[in-house]
Design a protein around this ligand. Sequence first.
Ligand code: PHB
Length: 402
Amino acid sequence: MNRRFGMAARALATAALAALSFAAAAQTVKVGVVLPYTGVGAEFAQQIDRGMQMFLKLNPAALGAYKVDFIKRDSKNPGGAEAKTAVQELITQNKVEILTGFVYSPNAIAAAPLVTEAKVPMIVMNAGTAWITDLSPEIARVSFSMWHASYGMGVAAAKTLKAKTAVVGYTDYPPGKDSLEAFKHGFESAGGKVIDEIPMGGPAKVPDFTPFFQRVKDEKPDVFFVFVPAGDHAVAVAKTFAALGMKQAGIKLIGPGDITQDTALQSMGPDAVGIITMHHYNADLDNPENKRFVAAWKKEYGAGSTPDFMAVQGYDGMAAIAHVIVALKGKITGEGAMAALKGWKFDSPQGPIMIDPATRDIVMNEYLSKLEMKGGRLEQVNIGEDKAVKDMCKELKVGRCK
Ligand code: PHB
């Protein structure tokens, strides 16, 4: 009798334990993070990672009863091949339920067919080529399309800066080509003329910009619009522009905010004063959410550190992931995740953001800024603002967005 009772109790206890661990497992969502932890984009990966952590720190209740198990993989370079292998392994071996990260467009492009096949939702935290969101119904983007900033910069170059001629220099890969098309559409629709288009090498290595910039100096446009993939590329752009005396020659350097990334800004030197950019974020933005974000960042990572647009994209992306997990009660499907994200709104340090239900791309403000020197520090001073901007490539249905 006693023995039989003992066996029954043990069986019950085992069943209870199994139920408990099942419940615990259901509470934890596996998120695969694909970022360039090494190589030319390593600082970007750190910014995005820190942005994600900062969201969790400043919003401790956002995940409710759920936990996230982050599985991080190094996409290494902008080529796409390593990212594809990483995504394949994350899906088939690690069985991740959400994929995120993706700094470089070719990496996001390579991942698209895999997430379509596996029906795993993918939340892009940087990669900016407009048509990435059209490659799979499983993709939503919390960062930007190149058209968000470059189209608006084109319009502002003609209308606000009164430029009549422009030369475009761009890093020769999908977001660079997109940035050229976007600027050209905006600028020429507002009456300007692009007189030259200059591909300036690939994203993997910072080129010597001198021959490209000398050509522009000789052409004497009113504005020189440049897209490079931020970081060391951006510092080299500002330095070459200064070394060739292009400002003194009467040419204005303009671009999307990738060329004035906050983390690269103070290395650009005093000749960067006067650079004008359009972008969705800079650390100098004056709103309460951003003040809280930047103060918390400096407390965590040091007074000399600063978040940049990639950090805020990590922050917003983590907010989106938390929203999906709670909305779906931890049971993630691609379809469910996209349904939860369509129309999702969030008060970001960059201002209000929303995921466009029609395109799964972001809707956000774009800020026109001018670099000024204040107390020995380069600062992004707001000189204009476009509210609730959508991806103009899809709005206008041009090029690959038809
Ligand atoms: C991209 O590859 O899509 C990309 C990378 C860096 C940027 C912008 C876009 O600053």
